[in-house]
Design a protein around this ligand. Structure first.
Ligand code: AMP
Length: 366
């Protein structure tokens, strides 16, 4: 959107009417595309799978593999800025695109968030705690790391893990060699098992000018390792909530991060916060912001990458549940609940463990 005589270039915000390229075609892209459309932007999705949740609401789609550089080149030519909803795009893909178009969050940030050991090093470097951890590259190294970490531990693939996939708990006396063999990788991390009180996360957005807006820390409950419920705000002390926000903001600032970042943490029984994981994109624990905050996490991403001022993160207490697998069959109950905000992602087939949609209730202020 520009006057017919304006050039629209030179450090200016990207104006409405411009095209946002999104790598990845799932529900996070879909909700980003819907927020982008509301502000007058077009979305072009690049995805290996046709007709996914994002493509159904996008202006254009490229269906190609992430290492199809001819397709990536054409995609770069067709968009004004690139972001992602799938964090494990190959770094070569991110580098290639970032040389052609503004690309947020940067490939350097992705290099950290794609690798658990790099993530933990980044967090520890800033003086923030994580579970005790050690890189593991062999069955022998696993035995050694188990002896040092002591007690129960969790062995995880160092890359490409999500929703509890690629991880196995090892208790005292368990067969470590079998655990190592089951992971089928030679690049792993061993973490001490955290006996947490609760899991929380902070979702924030950082703009190109370094300003940050953070949503309140929320509590996340899981079922079969998949997020099932988010409670807003987390029932933790104000000082712990402030500490969680401060940690997340420091991590984003240190990485010169631009976009939406989620920081997942454990609250320990003795009231400490341990960082578990970073997600370089809108996060499932931020879906409540669509109705529960003045500006959703998806709109914040659009604002950040387009160089617009960040929106207000004023919020109201909320509750979000995921509709996983057959949960989605109850959609009629939610659509009949006048207080429920039902979101379905347009996935044609229900599968066990598949995120089909979510429901948010904005609660009366306490
Ligand atoms: P992740 O893929 O690292 O987010 O792990 C998925 C879930 O597994 C977390 O949300 C926790 O519920 C659990 N988990 C992961 N790491 C640990 C740990 N070190 N100690 C205890 N539980 C863990």
């Amino acid at each position: 959107m520009k006057r017919s005589n304006s050039s629209g270039s030179g450090g200016e915000p990207l104006p409405p009417g411009s095209t946002i390229g999104i790598l990845g075609g799932g529900q996070l892209g879909r909700m980003t595309a819907m927020a982008a459309a509301r502000l007058g932007y077009r979305v072009h999705v690049f995805t290996p799978e046709a007709d996914g949740p994002c493509a159904q609401v996008a202006a254009a789609q490229t269906v190609a593999a992430y290492d199809d550089f001819a397709a990536l080149s054409a995609f770069a030519d067709a968009v004004d800025v690139v972001t992602l909803e799938f964090e494990n795009v190959p770094l070569a893909t991110a580098d290639f695109l970032s040389q052609r178009r503004p690309f947020y969050p940067s490939p350097a940030c992705l290099a950290v968030t794609q690798v658990r050991t790099a993530e933990k090093s980044e967090v520890n470097k800033l003086g923030f705690a994580t579970a005790r951890w050690a890189p593991v590259h062999s069955a022998d190294a696993l035995e050694h790391a188990l002896a040092i970490i002591g007690g129960s531990a969790v062995l995880k693939t160092n890359r490409f893990g999500y929703d509890g996939k690629g991880q196995v708990k090892i208790g005292p006396g368990d067969d470590a060699a079998a655990a190592w063999a089951s992971l089928k990788t030679d690049d792993a991390i061993l973490e001490g098992f955290v006996d947490f009180v609760r899991e929380i996360s902070v979702v924030l957005v950082r703009g190109q000018n370094g300003l940050i807006e953070a949503y309140p820390a929320v509590e996340n409950r899981h079922r079969d390792h998949i997020l099932s419920e988010t409670i807003v705000p987390a029932a933790i002390s104000r000082s712990l909530a402030a500490e969680a926000e401060r940690m997340a903001a420091s991590i984003a600032g240190d990485m010169d991060y631009v976009g939406v970042l989620a920081v997942e943490m454990f609250e320990t029984r003795d009231g400490r916060l341990l960082v578990n994981e970073l997600a370089p994109r809108p996060h499932n624990s931020g879906h409540w912001t669509i109705e529960g905050s003045t500006t959703s996490q998806f709109e914040q991403l659009v604002r950040a990458i387009c160089g617009l001022p960040l929106g207000s993160v004023d919020w109201r207490p909320s509750r979000m549940i995921n509709l996983i697998g057959d949960d989605a069959l109850s959609w009629q109950d939610y659509v009949a609940d006048p207080a429920a905000h039902l979101h379905l992602y347009g996935k044609p087939e229900i599968r066990p463990g598949r995120k089909m949609g979510h429901v948010t209730w904005v609660l009366p202020a306490p």
